[in-house]
Design a protein around this ligand. Structure first.
Ligand code: A2P
Length: 395
């Protein structure tokens, strides 16, 4: 079948769609409908006005397949996944690219003029969908301690379920939690921000939930509230927040992740995204993770089970009895050759998350590592910042 005789069909990806009904509400000509299983687009009605595309919280709406025979509504209702694209013949004219892809490519052109692959997902970081005045209400699906029972740090993995509310997040985004009650001066408690620890398709794949990694802080209002939550409790949530500290979405991206303690949360999301949906990625994941001991390191068990082919894990323990103190920057120095090789690539992104104090130590290590290998870290860092390839979130 020659592509010139093929038709372009607007389809909704059932694996991503969260059934929020936004598209059906938006469509001015009732071309979108649904049954108990799926939301679908009627080929005979859709005029490709694309008004439904930008309101869609997940991007599930933005699929345009070349088809030799349009899929019927009944066929679309039965899908769990989109069918594979048909291959146009070699002499087929190129199809126009849908939506904003051309604009996104423009933005992704680096300051040096070389072209970076576009982070497609970064076109859709939704922020401020829910506010203090109009929060989402999530249900606690689980709350688990993830540091050893004997460990000093009491760190919890909390799963929040959003039911039928649209709460789309990308890896690297945060949410706000509003603790109930008032402070000593009678004012409502302030909202606290927590990084999301699960990938975009949910803590449980294809469920409308997400997870957080929260450390109990002595006297802390929000951390104690969150760490004490019981299954089926409800929580007021704001956000999502953040449109810069986002996982690069292209398969060639090398991602260097440097963290301490609960700073690991976004990197769990990045790693799970790669593990679940990007097994064929050619870019490397390199993690430097600092904690007092193995027992104090959140997700120690699951993390150490991940294969070396997925992630290059470097742990730094600072308080193991009888052993010298190790910080992430010490491990970075030990891996200097490999780290420098990654830093020299325009496909490499660096993310730092955790204690404020680690910033200076990491910077000094990077200066040293680069200097000894013919790279100028301050200049490279400035270029990486300009290109959105260097991000820091510390507290
Ligand atoms: P330390 O044992 O010296 O406190 P925490 O458990 O307090 O969240 O800290 C996580 C890890 O970060 C610990 O191993 C801690 O070491 C380490 N750490 C503390 N300060 C720094 C720093 N300036 N640079 C790197 N790591 C640090």
């Amino acid at each position: 079948m020659n592509a010139t005789t093929m038709k372009r069909q607007h389809l909704i990806d059932p694996a991503i769609c969260i059934r929020c009904n936004t598209c059906e509400d938006t469509c001015p000509i009732d071309a979108i409908t649904h049954d108990a299983n799926n939301y679908v687009v009627d080929f005979d009605k859709c005029e490709e006005c694309r008004l439904c595309v930008s309101p869609c919280p997940t991007g599930a709406i933005d699929n345009w397949h070349l088809v030799s025979r349009p899929w019927t509504l009944e066929e679309q209702f039965s899908w769990d996944d989109l069918p594979p694209q048909e291959t146009p013949s070699a002499d087929a004219p190129a199809e126009p690219e849908p939506g904003e892809v051309a604009a996104i490519r423009e933005v992704a052109t680096s300051a040096t003029g070389s072209r970076l692959p576009p982070p497609f997902s970064a076109a859709h970081p939704y922020v401020n969908l829910y506010t203090r005045e109009r929060p989402a209400v999530a249900r606690v699906a689980g709350n688990y301690r993830i540091t050893d029972a004997a460990a000093e740090s009491d760190i919890h993995h909390i799963v929040l379920d959003f039911g039928h509310q649209a709460f789309p997040v990308l890896e690297g985004q945060s949410i706000g939690i509003i603790p109930p009650g008032e402070d000593a001066r009678g004012r409502p408690h302030m909202m606290r921000l927590y990084s999301v620890a699960s990938p975009r398709d949910g803590e449980r794949p294809d469920h409308n939930n997400l997870s957080l990694t929260v450390k109990r802080v002595a006297g802390g209002v929000a951390s104690n509230y969150v760490c004490d939550l019981k299954k089926d409790d409800t929580v007021q949530v704001t956000g999502p927040f953040g449109d810069a500290f986002l996982m690069p979405n292209h398969r060639e991206a090398n991602i260097v992740m440097i963290c301490t303690g609960t700073g690991a949360a976004p990197f769990r999301a990045f790693t799970e995204r790669r593990r679940r949906a990007m097994r064929d990625a050619t870019g490397k994941l390199m993690l430097f993770f600092g904690a007092r001991t193995a027992g104090e390191l959140p997700y120690f068990g699951p993390l150490t089970k991940l294969p070396a082919s997925l992630i290059d894990t470097n742990l730094a323990f600072s308080r193991v009895p009888g052993e010298p103190k190790h910080y992430v920057q010490d491990r970075m120095r030990q891996r200097a050759d490999d780290l420098a090789a990654l830093l020299a690539s325009e496909h490499t992104f660096v993310f730092i998350c955790g204690l404020k104090g680690m910033e200076q130590g990491c910077d000094e290590a990077l200066v040293e590592i680069c200097r000894d290998r013919g790279l100028d870290w301050p200049a490279l860092q400035a270029e990486m910042r300009r290109q959105g390839r260097f991000h820091v979130e510390t507290y």
